[in-house]
Design a protein around this ligand. Structure first.
Ligand code: ADP
Ligand code: MN
Length: 246
């Protein structure tokens, strides 16, 4: 499975999930007219059953890590890096957990070469999911990680105790990405991906709703309240798991 990563901590654009979504939803994009989605529903029901089976299988068993691992995901520009850094600092400085190390997948992919080369057309690295999982496995099993990643359906589900999805209003997101000097096509593709909630769908198809938090990330007040919300979640978790204080 291949995903893009532009090295800023996020996928740039044009990755496989984007193409997949386009195949499923062309009528919405092109005509903006409601369409008969019975066939689509049938296909997606079958897909969901398969995915549920896969999830209840070996992938979901065998949680190994002490402490807590958190995944923070979302379209590029939604504020993953900013939030991860804030949570990591607050948790470690406040002594809530011994370890909550912020890892930026985009950087790791670039530094360790966990990709299949650079895609000029989409202006991003083509991430190699197998290499990424192999490279991260040991660290994730140690626990105490807050991982920023754009796409997330190839990680073992057991790695994460909490999955946070950030959402941003499309005009705000447009401005943030334009400020990054992304090419116009790259800005538009990412804004389109956010409108079509590609990352959110990926999370819903890959992780249990009980461990998923979907948070708005338009304003600095929301950044602060999102951080507080995660800290509260960690505090409750620590209280519920006194034996596991790593
Ligand atoms: P990502 O890692 O998802 O690409 P960043 O954390 O790099 O996003 O944030 C993109 C830009 O938006 C940065 O300039 C950051 O300061 C700003 N930002 C992040 N979160 C918020 C927020 N909740 N409100 C306002 N600005 C934000
Ligand atoms: Mn980032």
């Amino acid at each position: 499975m291949i995903r893009g990563s532009d090295g800023c901590g996020c996928c740039g654009c044009g990755c496989e999930c984007m193409k997949r979504k386009r195949r499923y939803m062309p009528k919405i994009i092109v005509t903006d007219v409601p369409f008969d989605d019975k066939e689509e529903e049938k296909d997606s029901d079958e897909d969901e059953e398969d995915e549920e089976e896969e999830r209840s299988g070996k992938q979901f068993e065998g949680r190994k890590h002490p402490g807590i691992n958190i995944l923070v995901t979302g379209t590029p520009g939604t504020g993953k890096s900013t939030l991860c850094q804030l949570v990591s600092d607050a948790v470690t400085k406040g002594g809530l957990l011994k370890k909550m190390e912020y890892l930026d997948l985009g950087k790791i992919v670039k530094e360790k070469g966990l990709h299949d080369g650079y895609n000029e057309e989409y202006d991003c690295y083509m991430l190699n999911a197998d290499k990424v999982c192999d490279a991260l496995e040991e660290r994730m099993d140690e626990g105490g990680v807050i991982l920023e990643a754009h796409s997330c359906d190839y990680f073992p589900e057991r790695w994460f105790d909490l999955v946070v999805v950030l959402r941003t209003d499309n005009t705000i997101l447009y401005d943030r990405l334009a400020a990054r000097k992304y090419k116009k096509m790259k800005v538009e593709e990412n804004v389109e991906a956010e409108i079509m909630q590609i990352v959110l769908d990926e999370v819903r198809n890959s992780y249990k709703s009980e461990i998923t938090l979907v948070l708005p990330s338009d304003t600095l007040d929301q950044l602060e309240s999102n951080c507080q919300r995660i800290i509260k979640w960690i505090t409750d978790w620590v209280a519920d798991h006194p034996e596991n204080t790593a």
